[in-house]
Write a protein that binds this ligand. Sequence first.
Ligand code: CUO
Length: 682
Amino acid sequence: LLKLYDRPTEPVFMPKGRDNTTFDIPQEFLSDRFKPLKNNLDNRFGSGKKIAVKKINLPDLSYPEQLGRRAQFSLFLPSHRAMAARLVEVFMGMRTLDDFLSASVLCRDRMNPYMYIYALSVAIIHRPDTQNLEVPSFAEVFPDKYMNSEIFARAKEESNIVPEEQREPLEIPRDYTASDLEIEHRVAYFREDVGINLHHWHWHLVYPFDGPRSVVMKDRRGELFYYMHQQIMARYNMERLCNNLARVKRLTHLREPLEQGYFPKLDSLVSSRVWPPRFANTKLSDIYREIDQIKFDLQDLERWRDRIFAAIHSGTVVDEQGQFIELTESRGIDILGNLLEASILSINRNLYGDLHNLGHVAIALCHDPEAKHLETFSIMGDPATAMRDPIFYRWHAFIDDIFAEHKNTLPRYTTQQLDFSGVRVTSVEIQTEGQNPKNRLSTFWQQNDINLSRGLDFSPRGPVFARFTHLQHRPFTYKIQVENSGGNKTGTCRIFIAPKFDERGLPMLFRDQKNLFVELDKFTVNLKGSKNTITRKSTESSVTIPFEKTFRNLDQGRPAEGEDLEQFNYCGCGWPQHMLVCKGNAEGFPCQLFVMISNFSDDKVDQTGTAPQCMDAVSYCGIRNQVYPDKRSMGYPFDRLPRARVDTLAQFLTPNMRVVDVTVQHTNTTVRPQDTQQAGRA
Ligand code: CUO
């Protein structure tokens, strides 16, 4: 199955793993073009082991087949998402693993490769019989979505001319999408980070908004849509403050020119087209594109927005039967998440529409709203690339603000809901590895290599590496002292960080600062009576996946025989560890680190379901097949307005919380790829 990820536009005959395995495919499965060439292709590529593909009766695939092989594919376009949903349904409906393999092989040469890989990945993630498979890194399958197009001409040259052992990594410059004359470019390293974009793609893969109900229906998925994207905004705003940029302005006036332009410099290897840029000051328009079977007006977006605000202010939404459903303290945010996104779980799509998704589409098609020029959508139309564009954050700032409007209507947390009786956090400190002053985090640049060969169709085999530069920090350890009177207790330790000052250098009010708290970690602690010392490493964070999981290629990622599969399982969802903390600045960017121990008996959930998998990044990604592992509202304790007479963070604190000042210092040096990685290539 995983071989089907190799070289996604080549005929299914050609992908050949490093062990020379090919598929033994029934003649009928071949696309018409290759039927007469079967023997020829077989002799040419089928030199090694063969994987037998069973003949099956196939369901009707004519609908997803309508999307051209060389077309771009956007999950946000309703017609595309319906085709993809059908394909997912076909894959999910295959009764056995063999049948699933047959269907996957048959579809590969017939379907649009982007849609195919999307549907195949959703099925692999959700089918019970493929739970232990590691979906390959999307950056390797479609490297064209993650890096400068110029690299591919060089990669083809390298793979055609240079023998494998003499190939050099192809270096991608750090600044290739814009110059410093564009102030937004200061945070391009965040927006264009491969790991961050991979996380976003995987998140939407794990939480699809369309498809069979069994795949979409997940515990608190609407709420997690809110929380994961809220955290992206908090992180991005913090990053902006480090770079002397103001927080993101919401995209509220849909009819005003969009100040920010963006030129992605990505080419699609599938369609051989450039991804359209957006010039500064482009205006949004009504969308009417028969070619994509899509028609909606900006007024539709405004109408849905107004209805959603009205629902929030009245505290109820109206379902399709006309019944009023209350937006309660515990469930309201989940209902709103599904309704705003909108997923198929939206309580009433007729009334509340498809605000977030079609906002992506309106922006993605603003350069050719009526398809007069036969141009396709820009990067905002694809979750794999959308986070590169500054406009993504303006749109999501708007979406996040709608959620905040609801959160602001909820009862404030009382001190009883915040405190943990008998538990006092007496000290918190951070120790960065190999550095002396405490409470100082240290960031720098690091280079790493990605193997492009999996995604380089129609070129000779053998690895070709792209070398790119990303932010990195030195690992650090938290040391937390806790006094506990009374007997043993269990608590949840919640760690957040936020900027200390606003754009003007003034201390922030709590009601503003609370939106900037970035979750760093969350874990269970057992407290003995009296004094406790908790130590925790930054690499153990519940929001991140380790560096190797973001970038590891398939062959390196295989568990050894007898090794615990679960521990090794590749699950691509998770904030990249290398982006755990913001860049900071040369002088040391002042932040506040917040630690809270909450009462576990109010946090714990009853897990049923099968054994947990992919436990690395539960805070942003949840746990597969299980309920979200924290009963509190996501974002607790910063998801609501503070109680009366609390204006500052200091006033917000109860004894089980503590804040310490930390700085994030950036050194402008670049570390070359580690030797271990070089060795791993052989
Ligand atoms: Cu993740 Cu707008 O939802 O991109």
